[in-house]
Design a protein around this ligand. Structure first.
Ligand code: PHE
Ligand code: ZN
Length: 850
């Protein structure tokens, strides 16, 4: 049932709900293809509403019966919902519907994953469960009864009662329907307890399917307890129910979901063990557990008025999980990691056809706006606010936010108002960060005379789809000054750039200083600063700000790469010597050294060439990256084995940040050594590794030099029973394939008996890796474009949300040469013309085509 043009929804059209809900009672009679859902909803007219029209969302539901105040009705039903006349006074609506979780492959609403019933309701999945005002500003108290023979039956809130074949749950906190959750299955729990700051005892559980997963919950549980304590210590926020449940499911479109008291997690975001998970997995799990837990206050207790306000909960919660990870591990390393992600993914989005404001003004399908812009740029905005108002101002504002808005469905205006009220600051210009899309460019010129150093900053933001005219933003630029000896003569200070061009002066300086600009990546902007390689090498050696020290090396590397792409040049020895000095500096954190030794991604290099007005050739970029890696390996040759040996003596595996940092540097050494020793060391590491971090790094090093066939087979033999490990096996082969082989390798893997497109993790393992193999994806044959298009067309019929998300692989098509453009455009058009293409994918492909 495909209607013509999908309808666009606008922020400016927001109107309050016509009816509010005082309470909801739901009864679920679980059955794979014939689940019955009985609802009893107490409505009352909203005094603030502009209309009295009664409309309940509902999709793909079979209505069995309905009544109002006990009198049976026959409502008018469309593809999107139900209407009927209602009393002009409080009334009770009741309905019974039938749904089919087993055939629900979209993984939205109530569905089944390996015999387990589970739900995903954000953003608009509840309407696939029953008829309801499925919008976040309608909040209500839920009571849920589940009837099933399955042993474990869970829902939100506190357990109320249970008996043979049924269980009841009551959630005392009013919530929007998107936070509803239900789980039914044959599950085992990893239990624990937590005592809150006011002395309340909370039961904690992580639920998994019986099998080897039981051993993999301890780390997640420890992370949960750390998160609960951290939110009390840092934000003064205490948990508010008697029980907190986490359930791991194998089939899930995203990372995890913050349903009240019943978080549902992609098993990849919670299960961990040294033998099966890498250091990166451990860190990600800790961050996602924290993120979902933190949503209990920023998202659940204070939710969003409408989906345009998504960044209100996501930007703030990402910012909070970033602070948490920094506190648990290393602030310097975390900031660099976040900047890498932001530049690689958010800048790419913000500079292409999918650019949109952090608070979008319209959408067709809200699922398409769970983006790096809403999440990561949304978090950057919070960081800038904190930098501008200071730590005390931030604390005051947050206390006021929780005080004033607890129980509300709030807006960005509410959020900014608490900062204005708490700090007295006018944020009207700052608010533009929420409405203006695109990455601002900040360019720098400077001069020195008579003891005064002048720094002139200019800003401009390029046009983005639907936004041609841009006006100046408030940009906090953290600056410090160094003298020729590398001593810091002016410590970090925040310059507030608010005009198109502004000059800032520093007095009383004996000579022209070396500026260190945008310290700590103080704003999500692109710096245009014509520095010489010598100045960059100087900052790489001396900057006291760890972020800028790393960034100086990164900019140098990018310059070197671009020279190599353009003219086959040999790399600047200033850069190679700088790396060697850094590598040998044992006073530096190994994790930091590992980051400093890694190169910008090939996609970053492509974007840098675009910014320089050139057409990037992915094959040439790939060759330059390979050549530079070899040069680095040769230049550092004598030091690699010593550092490798130092780093790899970590004793029994622990996932803590210090040990992980050592392994990260050690594995970086291994990659470089493999370029010179034919994989000898890597084979040995593979054979002796007792943890996945070292095993996988060894395998990757081998695959990248065209070896490792035996190890790959042994890996499969050993891990074929473990889905999450097999996702790594699928992904690694594609990401390490030579560009000309990538499409072939991916196509072959789709024929493997363990490949299934019904599992989003498996699909992403293969096709996410294909996108990540930049030269392979853009191989001149166009084979990868065709393969991905074929599979997206197949997947769309089953899972529109994941299809739409994966279609973003094509979003850089306009960057490239005519031949590649033609091929990518043809692939996109082929997707667009697929009969019955989902609304999700239609919107994305249309926007990408522009
Ligand atoms: N709200 C979830 C989070 O940020 C993400 C999510 C969105 C999960 C939509 C599922 C569906 O943690
Ligand atoms: Zn979130």
């Amino acid at each position: 049932m495909q209607t013509a043009a999908p309808q666009k929804i606008y922020l400016k059209d927001y109107t309050p709900p016509a009816y509010l809900v005082d309470s909801v009672e739901l009864t679920f009679k679980l059955a794979p293809t014939t689940t019955r859902v009985l609802s009893r909803i107490a409505f009352r007219p909203n005094p603030d509403a502009q209309s009295r029209d009664f409309f309940l969302h509902g999709e793909q539901l079979k209505l069995i019966s309905a009544s109002i105040d006990g009198v049976s009705i026959t409502p008018e039903i469309t593809a999107t919902g139900l209407t009927h006349t209602v009393p002009n006074a409080p009334f009770v609506f009741e309905a019974e519907v039938e749904i089919s979780p087993e055939t629900n492959t979209a993984l939205e609403g109530l569905y089944m994953s390996n015999g387990m019933y589970c739900t995903q309701c954000e953003a608009e999945g509840f309407r696939k469960i029953t008829y309801y005002p499925d919008r976040p500003d309608v909040m209500s108290v839920f009571t849920v009864r589940i009837e099933s023979d399955l042993p474990v039956l869970l829902s939100n809130g506190n357990p109320a009662a249970k008996g043979d074949g049924w269980a009841e749950w009551h959630d005392p906190w009013p919530k929007p329907a998107y936070l509803f959750a239900l789980v039914g299955g044959d599950l085992v729990n990893h239990p624990d307890r937590f005592t809150t700051m006011s002395g309340k005892d909370v039961e904690l559980n992580i639920w998994v399917r019986p099998g080897d997963d039981e051993q993999k919950c301890a780390f997640g549980m420890a992370a949960l307890k750390k998160s609960m304590k951290w939110d009390e210590d840092v934000y003064g926020r205490e948990y508010d129910l008697d029980i907190f449940n986490i359930v791991a499911v194998d089939d899930f479109n995203m990372g995890a979901m913050e349903n009240k008291g019943l978080n549902i997690f992609n098993s990849s975001a919670v299960l961990a063990s040294p033998e099966t998970s890498t250091d990166a997995n451990f860190e990600r799990i800790e961050a996602i557990i924290a993120h979902e837990y933190f949503h209990n206050w920023t998202g659940n207790r204070i939710t969003c008025r409408d989906w345009f306000q998504l960044c209100l909960k996501e930007g703030l919660t990402v910012f909070r999980d970033q602070q948490f990870t920094g506190d648990m591990r290393s602030h310097a390393v975390k900031r660099i990691d976040d900047a890498v992600v932001l530049r690689a993914h958010q800048f790419r989005e913000d500079n292409g056809p999918l650019a949109h404001p952090v608070r979008p003004e319209s959408f067709v399908e809200i699922n398409n706006f769970y983006t790096v812009t809403v999440y990561e740029k949304g978090a950057e905005i919070i960081g800038m606010l904190k930098r501008l108002v200071g730590d005390d101002g931030y604390k005051k504002a947050l206390d006021l936010y929780f005080d004033r808005h607890d129980g509300d469905a709030a807006t960005i205006e509410d959020w900014l108002q608490v900062f204005e009220d708490a700090t007295g600051r006018d944020l009207s210009q700052f608010a533009k960060w929420y409405s203006q899309a695109g990455t601002p460019r900040v360019s720098i010129t400077d001069s020195y005379a008579d003891g005064t150093y002048s720094l002139t900053l200019s800003q401009h933001t390029p046009a983005t789809p639907d936004q041609d005219e841009k006006t100046p933003m408030v940009i906090p630029v953290a600056v410090g000054l160094l003298n020729d000896n590398g001593d810091e003569i002016v410590p970090t200070r925040i310059l507030e750039l608010t005009e198109a061009t502004q000059t800032f002066t520093f007095d009383g300086l004996a000579s022209k200083p070396v500026p260190s600009i945008l310290r700590g990546f103080s704003a999500p902007v692109i710096l245009e600063h014509d520095q010489t390689n010598a100045e960059r090498a100087f900052l790489l050696a001396h900057d006291t700000d760890p972020f800028n020290r790393w960034d100086a090396g990164r900019t140098l590397a990018q310059d070197v790469l671009i020279q190599m792409v353009r003219e086959d040049a040999t790399p600047d020895t200033a850069y190679l010597d700088g790396l060697l000095a850094l590598l040998r500096d044992d006073s530096l954190d190994p994790a930091f050294r590992a980051l400093a030794l890694s190169l910008p991604s090939q996609d970053d290099t492509a974007q840098a060439l675009v910014d320089a007005g050139e057409t990037p050739d992915p094959t040439a970029i790939y060759r330059a990256h390979e050549a530079l890696t070899l040069h680095i390996a040769q230049h550092l040759q004598d030091t690699l084995p010593r550092i490798y040996a130092d780093m790899m003596v970590t004793g029994p595996y622990t996932p803590d940040a210090v040990s992980a940092g050592k392994r990260s540097l050690g594995n970086r050494m291994l990659t470089l050594m493999s370029k010179l020793d034919g994989g000898k060391q890597a084979s040995q590491q593979y054979a002796t590794a007792d943890n996945m971090t070292q095993q996988l790094a060894a395998l990757a090093s081998l695959l990248k030099i065209g070896k490792g066939a035996d190890e790959l087979a042994a890996f499969e033999q050993r891990w074929h029973h473990d889905r999450l490990v097999m996702d790594k096996w699928f992904g690694l082969q594609v990401s390490c394939a030579a560009p000309e082989d990538a499409a072939k390798v991916a196509a072959k893997l789709t024929e493997h008996p363990a490949f299934t497109m019904k599992n989003p993790n498996r699909f992403r393992a293969v096709f996410g890796a294909l996108k990540g193999n930049t030269a392979g994806f853009h191989d001149p044959s166009g084979a990868s474009y065709d393969l991905l298009a074929d599979w997206l067309i197949k997947l769309d019929a089953l899972n529109p949300q994941t299809t739409a998300r994966m279609s973003t692989s094509f979003d850089t098509w306009k960057r490239y040469d005519a031949d590649r453009q033609t091929k990518m455009k043809a692939a996109l058009q082929r997707i667009a013309e697929t009969p019955n293409l989902s609304r999700d994918t239609t919107e994305m492909v249309t926007r990408i085509l522009g």
